[in-house]
Design a protein. Structure first.
Length: 349
């Protein structure tokens, strides 16, 4: 009431909207102090009657509040049971998947490092083969240069051989001519000696021209044979040397060609292996990127599921805290009502 200072004036408006029916006008126009005045007045029966009515209204209000509290608690429990996320907080079944994904990522990283190490080793091996190829190629160029430098010598030897053959042919023709001349001279001498005229000269016996001619011929033949043998020996010796040099050079060229072909085959096989490793690395990288993208999407989906759940949990926590505050406030009102009831009982006694 307008002059009251009891419980109804202070807390009557707090529960008017809660459905408890406990408003500021529950205590009448006098309030607590008006009751005390009524007790101290002369009309005790009316005062006791009003106090009994007020006590009955207090008890009824307390029962209603207890019923409302029980209903609110039941509603809170039902709401918790209804809105409680069934198994949403249990993320233990995701732990195994996350561990598997982490193991797969570690395995993929190890495999990537192994492939990179293989690529480095392959690159170093290819570099070694390239150095060997360049060395062998330099040796081949040196051998070719030696062969090219020996070709003029071979040409000179061929020219010398042709010159010697020409000299041999000329000496042979000269010897034939000498034989012919000798035969003609012999025939001429025979014809002269077989004539009718015989001249006797008492003189010292002359020299035997035929013998001298034969000696000269024999000496020329010996010289020619000696020169021919010397030329043939020199020619054979030079030809053996040149053939040995050519054979050694051809063997070196053949071995160099074989080594170059083997190195070329090894280089091609290494290039093919390198390309296969590069394709494998690209496939592994694409698989790794796809796996990371897929797991990022899954993590984003999980985070998207966790976000509203956390918001709902925060709202539930806020509502629970507000309901706890209301419950505490109602409990405080109940205790105060019990204290006032106890005071009324004391006053009644």
């Amino acid at each position: 009431g307008p002059g009251g200072s009891g419980f109804g004036a202070g807390y009557g408006g707090s529960f008017g909207a809660g459905g408890a029916g406990f408003s500021g006008g529950s205590f009448g126009a006098s309030g607590f102090h008006g009751g005390i005045v009524g007790i101290l007045s002369s009309d005790e029966k009316l005062t006791m009657q009003s106090l009994n009515e007020r006590l009955a209204s207090y008890l009824e209000t307390v029962r209603n509040l207890e019923m409302k509290n029980a209903q609110l608690e039941q509603l809170i429990r039902e709401w918790y049971q209804k809105h409680q996320p069934a198994g949403a907080k249990d993320y233990s079944h995701y732990y195994g998947q996350i561990a598997d994904l982490q193991n797969q990522l570690v395995t993929a990283a190890v495999e990537t490092h192994r492939v990179l190490l293989d690529l480095d080793n392959t690159r170093m091996t290819a570099e070694d083969f390239r150095i060997k190829y360049e060395t062998e190629y330099g040796l081949r160029q040196n051998v070719e240069a030696d062969i090219n430098s020996l070709r003029p010598l071979l040409d000179n030897l061929t020219l010398n051989r042709s010159d010697l053959e020409m000299q041999f042919e000329s000496l042979k023709e000269e010897m034939i001519d000498l034989k012919k001349n000798h035969e003609e001279e012999m025939k001429l001498l025979h014809t002269q000696s077989s004539g009718d005229v015989s001249v006797e000269v008492n003189a010292a016996p002359g020299e035997d021209l035929l013998k001298k001619l034969n000696d000269m011929r024999q000496e020329y033949e010996n010289i020619i044979q000696k020169n021919r043998e010397e030329v043939e020996r020199w020619y054979e010796r030079k030809m053996e040397e040149v053939s040995q040099q050519v054979q050694s050079s051809s063997q070196e060229m053949e071995s160099s060609n074989q080594q170059i072909s083997e190195l070329r085959r090894e280089y091609q096989s290494l290039e093919i292996e390198l390309q296969s490793h590069l394709t494998l690395v690209q496939a592994r990288q694409s698989n790794l990127e796809d796996t990371e993208r897929r797991y990022n999407m899954q993590l984003q989906q999980i985070q998207g599921m966790i976000g509203p759940l956390e918001e709902e949990l925060a709202s539930i926590r806020c509502e629970t805290e507000s309901q706890n505050e209301e419950y505490k406030m109602l409990l405080g009102i109940k205790t105060r009502l019990e204290q006032e009831i106890a005071q009324y009982r004391a006053l009644l006694e």
